[in-house]
Structure formats: structure tokens, C-alpha cells
Design a protein. Structure first.
Length: 395
């Protein structure tokens, strides 16, 4: 056995790199190994939209998929991976079908965490294996998202031939088959995956260090200011509070400002994920909603099935209120308060609109506030409606 082991080792060439923040070493290795690949794949514990964009914009990865050479990607969803990542992957799968296959590893073995990070490529009778600490995120790949610092990572690249290459490829293939049999490999739109992605989007990670100060953007001109609070940049105001007019059942007229600057319609129709939260904390199923604008009807509405039923108007012309939390650019949780049915909570939240105009046309009131401000005003708000912070970047 020792002699065989030594022979196998001679068929493997390995390089090891300790990567500093901002280095492109890992990306260069992936790009190089995929240059002549006939097939490949990757398994990553966590993924982000930026990391996915960075990986699949590598010239040789794009050429590989454009040439219909298959690549099988599996991402974990125990943390980090959110709606933005899933929707980005879905778009790429559509673009590169049938070459690109993407699945999500979903397990029920808490508190265990799915944590591998590696990719592989086979071409010209060689098997390249890239194994390291970096996830499929910008920081994990060594990049600096939004001017922020990247991670310190380490990785190794192995070039294998002969029996060694066959043995490693078989190990990966056997694992994939076993997971398919165990039904841990799920589609990108599996309802359980969407639920977990929404829960991941709710979490903000903080390592305790202060990030460099970013310039503040002005809030939209038409956004109402919260009571006694100077309006911060809209991207810092993660909570939308808006009166809903009586419109078609199941749709909410959210107005131009919220439609564009909060829900993110930037001129291109797209999907977002929404999830309704009952006042008792019960979560409804995650919905994949088409965010669109109809110019012919000047339609700034959003599908809100929970607004169906009898529309309530309070004794002082109070209207039903939408409270929506922006968890990430494509994930939103929301609830609806009715002026009569939910009177105690309604009174607390309504104060955030400020004084009611005494004259003029009756417009729907709108305010953008921070989660802390909403908690201060509405102390018994559903816990799962609002984002939370954890003191670490990974579980």
C-alpha cells in the first residue's frame, strides 16, 4: 500500500496560496483551471449575488458555459445565501441552459453546518481541484464589495492525472448521487429553500469593527419624514410605513417613491420575494412576486393578497397601513394594520406619520424609518418582521 500511495502522489501537482484581502489569486486559479475544461462543478457553503456575478463573469467560465460544457454548482443555505443570490443563479441557469445546473443543499441536521468550499474541472485528461476557505461571496473570492475590505483566505490547487484523478472524481460523483438519493439537493425555487433564504436575508452580521464612513445619499423628495427624526438616507431606512388606499382587492397602491426607491423598480420589471407576517408572529409562505410598472395605467401597485376582504376606514379617516421591512434588495417581509381591528397597534404606528394636514387633497401618508425607531414606537411588533444583527460573519 505504501508503494502505491507514493506512485499516486507523483501524479499530483499542488500549489498553496495564502491570499490577502483584495488579491485575485483564487479567481485567477479558477479562471486558469477552467480554460480547457470539458466539465466542472463547485460546492460552496454560502453564496451572495456579488460572488455569483464575480465567479460567472470570469472569461473562461463564461466561455465554458457558452460552449455548452456542463458545470454543476451546489450552494448551501445555512446562512448568508439569500433571495438575491437565488434569483441571480436562476437568471444564469436560464441564460446558460442546459450547460449550467444549480442546486441548493438543504439539510435538517441542526446545529450542523454545511461548510465545504471547492471547485473542480476536467479537461485534457487532467482533473483540477481547487480547495480553500473562501465562499462564493465577493469577500470569499478576495474582492472588495462596495469599497469594503475583503477576507484573508487560503486555497490550494491540485492537478491530478491517472488513477488519482479518477478516484477524486468518483468521490465527488458518489457524494452527488448519495445526496440526490437523500433528497438534500433542492431546486432554486423549492418552498423550503425560499423560506430559508428569507430568514437569511433578515440577519445582519457585524464583527464588532466599524466600517469606513460612507457618503450619505439624500432621501427621495417625496418621502415623508418620521416624527421628530431627521430623515436619513433611504438605504438606511429599512422600514416603509404607508397608508393603503381602497383599490382592487389583493393589490396595494404603494406609490411611486416606494415602488422605485424601496422595492427597487429601477426601470426594469423583475421578481422579488415577499412574506406576510401575522401580528402574532405567524409567517405565511414566501411568494415570488413580479414587480412591474404599467405606464398605460400609471400603476405603482404590488400584489398584497392579505389586503383582500373588507377595507377599513377609521372614524377620523384613518386608512389601512402597510409596514414593510426591506431585508435585502429582493426580500421583503410585511404586515398590514387595520384602524379598527388592530386599533392598539395602529395608534402606535400612526404616530410615525406625524401631524395630519388640516387642508388640501387627501394623500396617502408615507414614512421611512429605521427598525429601531419602529421598535420604539411599536414595542410589541412581530419579532420576525424586522431585521436582526449577529456579532459574527458566519455561524
Amino acid at each position: 500500500m505504501r508503494k502505491l500511495h507514493l506512485i499516486l502522489l507523483t501524479l499530483a501537482i499542488m500549489t498553496f496560496v495564502f491570499q490577502r484581502p483584495g488579491s485575485a489569486g483564487l479567481l485567477d486559479a479558477i479562471n486558469t483551471c477552467s480554460r480547457v475544461a470539458e466539465r466542472g462543478g463547485g460546492v460552496f457553503a454560502f453564496a451572495s449575488k456579488g460572488g455569483i456575478e464575480t465567479f460567472f463573469s470570469l472569461p473562461n467560465i463564461a466561455a465554458m458555459l457558452g460552449g455548452k460544457r456542463p458545470f454543476h454548482l451546489i450552494v448551501g443555505i445555512d446562512a448568508i445565501t439569500n433571495a438575491e443570490a437565488l434569483l441571480q443563479l436562476s437568471a444564469l441557469v436560464t441564460q446558460y441552459q442546459p450547460a449550467l445546473k444549480a442546486q441548493v443543499f438543504l439539510h435538517s441536521q441542526a446545529p450542523c453546518t454545511f461548510h465545504p468550499k471547492f471547485s473542480w474541472f476536467y479537461g485534457e485528461e487532467k482533473f483540477s481541484l481547487i480547495t480553500g476557505s473562501g465562499n462564493l461571496t465577493e469577500r470569499g473570492l478576495g474582492q472588495k464589495p462596495g469599497g469594503q475590505a475583503a477576507n484573508w483566505e487560503a486555497f490550494s490547487t491540485q492537478s491530478l492525472e491517472g488513477e488519482t484523478a479518477l478516484a477524486v472524481e468518483k468521490e465527488i460523483s458518489d457524494w452527488l448521487q448519495a445526496q440526490a438519493k437523500a433528497e438534500t439537493l433542492c431546486s432554486l425555487d423549492d418552498p423550503r429553500v425560499l423560506e430559508k433564504a428569507m430568514a437569511n436575508a433578515r440577519v445582519r452580521y457585524n464583527n464588532g469593527l466599524k466600517a469606513p464612513a460612507q457618503p450619505k445619499a439624500a432621501a427621495p423628495k417625496h418621502a415623508a419624514k418620521a416624527l421628530a427624526v431627521a430623515a436619513p438616507a433611504l438605504q438606511q431606512q429599512e422600514i416603509l410605513i404607508r397608508e393603503l388606499p381602497s383599490t382592487r382587492g389583493g393589490q396595494g397602491d404603494i406609490g411611486q417613491t416606494a415602488h422605485r426607491h424601496f422595492f427597487g423598480h429601477d426601470g426594469t420589471d423583475k421578481f422579488i420575494f415577499t412574506q406576510y407576517v401575522e401580528l402574532d408572529g405567524t409567517l405565511h409562505a414566501v411568494k415570488k412576486v413580479w414587480l412591474f410598472y404599467n405606464a398605460a395605467s400609471n400603476n405603482y401597485r404590488l400584489e398584497l393578497p392579505e389586503s383582500k376582504g373588507q377595507y377599513e376606514v377609521g372614524p377620523n379617516d384613518e386608512r389601512m397601513i402597510l409596514i414593510a421591512a426591506k431585508l435585502d434588495e429582493r426580500s421583503f417581509r410585511y404586515t398590514i394594520l387595520r384602524p379598527i381591528t388592530n386599533q392598539p397597534a395602529y395608534k402606535k404606528v400612526r404616530l410615525l406619520f406625524g401631524p395630519h394636514p388640516l387642508a388640501g387633497r387627501r394623500l396617502m401618508k408615507e414614512s421611512y424609518v429605521s427598525p429601531d425607531l419602529l421598535r420604539d414606537a411599536w414595542d410589541d411588533a412581530p419579532i420576525d418582521l424586522l431585521p436582526i444583527s449577529l456579532p459574527t460573519a458566519e455561524p
